[in-house]
Ligand binder design. Structure first.
Ligand code: CMC
Length: 429
């Protein structure tokens, strides 16, 4: 990091405080404020809108230009020419694999797809109508109770095995959540299928019959996985890093990430898109809902629109939109809800409010529509996001643990009472 210096002049200090400025390979320079604490100051940045919490080499986003790079490779190129497991390799190892490395990586993931048979007992403890994200938080955290053999996070080999286990077992657990919810037996993974096909097989086949998997659907599924694989220091990844900074085991950290992803402002948005379409109900009601979204006194937002970082367009949405139209055409689907979504997209993209505020459809707007088209129930949407994002979570966790790191411990601007004496109960008003 090449250092420059910023000077901070404060009225009560005779000399300015000098703060180093670090330059990354791309993106804004960062002012290193660590020295401020000696001068008795904290910085204040709720929502971390201008705070870099770590140094990372994995993913770069330029929100203004709509750029998303994984290890330097544009997301559009990865979505067009790579596949999910290759993207996982890239995120974890920093380079694209050669043929031999790729075969070895894919085979190792395949060798870890089954979960310990006792894990299926956990499912029976949940209600059949439990939200699958609730089950995922529980069962992924519970994996740490099964794999003691590889939980020494100081050993690189242990961290590597945990990464393989997590990437390989997430589709199995996700499909188990679905099967449990509909009362069907769990379907074991089939290792002659590729990653996306295997997931669809575990979701839609039964022990009595295999459901044929359309190559178009498998490709769209794989693309959804690639496009959700990582996204820099988002809320769930930051949660994984924060949990990991305490030395917690990787399964517990990923369970924390799953919990953070669940919210509708983050991974829950793709499910919220479909709920919103349900609420709108009919094309004729779109103008009414567009007005509600603009009305500041109305809490309604157009779900699947807007992004904290992308303020022009979401490059993942561009690819996802293409896939979405491809899948709808290929499957010949005529679903009024999907037609409603396409009309909403068209109207919102022309509306001055959305244009002015740079609110464009994000990746979740389209991924929700594709998932619905291929028959995945709405409640599973965020689970699929979690499955895909596991690659990013575990790569960030690995990056942090294999370098020097500090426990994450934010400070605060305290606005509560100053010290005061305890009042006994009989003396209180
Ligand atoms: N519908 C209507 N108005 C909106 C929307 C929306 N979806 N999103 C933002 N706005 C308005 C917002 O009210 C604000 O207006 P004003 O300037 O008058 O106060 C302005 O646009 C700027 O919004 P913001 O709340 O400052 O933006 P943010 O960066 O804090 O929030 C967001 C980003 C994604 C949380 C928000 O746009 C949102 O809640 N969108 C809907 C949920 C969604 O689709 N989330 C998925 C994000 S992509 C998946 C992921 O990465 O997890």
């Amino acid at each position: 990091m090449a250092d420059d210096k910023a000077q901070l002049h404060l009225n009560n200090l005779s000399d300015p405080i000098e703060l180093p400025i670090h330059k990354g390979t791309a993106g804004p320079d960062v002012i290193d404020v660590r020295g401020l604490v000696q001068a008795g100051y904290f910085t204040y940045d709720p929502g971390f809108v201008s705070t870099a919490a770590c140094e990372s080499k994995i993913t770069y986003i330029d929100g203004e230009k709509g750029i998303l790079l994984h290890r330097g490779y544009p997301i559009g190129q990865l979505a067009a020419d790579s596949d999910y497991l290759e993207t996982c390799y890239l995120l974890l190892n920093g380079e694209l694999p050669n043929k031999e490395q790729k075969d070895e990586f894919v085979n190792t993931v395949k060798n870890h797809t089954m979960v310990n048979e006792q894990i299926s007992d956990f499912f029976t403890g949940f209600r059949r109508d439990a939200h699958p994200m609730a089950i995922m938080c529980g069962v992924v955290g519970a994996l740490s109770a099964f794999y003691h053999d590889s939980l020494d996070i100081t050993l690189e080999r242990h961290r590597e095995i945990s990464a393989f286990r997590l990437i390989a077992k997430m589709p199995t657990l996700a499909a188990m959540c679905y099967k449990y919810s509909i009362g069907q037996p769990f379907v074991y993974p089939k290792n002659d299928l590729d990653f996306a096909e295997n997931f669809l097989h575990m979701m839609f086949s039964t022990p009595c019959a295999d459901t044929p998997i359309s190559p178009v659907v498998a490709k769209a599924m794989d693309r959804i996985f690639i496009l959700h694989a990582d996204h820099e220091q988002n809320a769930s990844t930051s949660t994984v890093r924060l949990a990991g900074s305490t030395g917690a085991n990787p399964f517990a950290c990923i369970a924390a990430g799953i919990a953070a992803l669940w919210g509708p402002a983050h991974g829950g948005a793709n499910e919220a898109v479909l709920d919103m379409l349900d609420e709108i109900g009919d094309i004729s009601r779109i103008p009414e809902y567009i007005e509600k979204a603009k009305d500041k006194s109305d809490p309604f937002l157009l779900m699947g629109f807007g992004h904290r970082v992308y303020k022009n367009f979401d490059p993942r949405a561009t690819v996802m939109r293409e896939s979405c139209h491809e899948v709808l055409k290929e499957l010949g689907i005529t679903d009024p809800q999907l037609e409603l979504a396409m009309k909403l997209e068209e109207i919102a993209l022309k509306d001055p409010y959305f244009i002015e505020k740079k609110l464009f459809p994000n990746v979740d707007f389209y991924s929700g529509i594709i998932l619905k088209a291929i028959g995945i129930p709405t409640s599973m949407f965020t689970v699929i996001f979690a499955l895909a994002r596991t690659a990013g979570w575990i790569s960030h966790w690995q990056e942090m643990i294999s370098n020097s790191y500090k426990i994450g411990r934010p400070r605060q601007l305290y606005t509560g009472y100053e010290a005061r004496d305890f009042t006994p109960l009989d003396k209180r008003d």
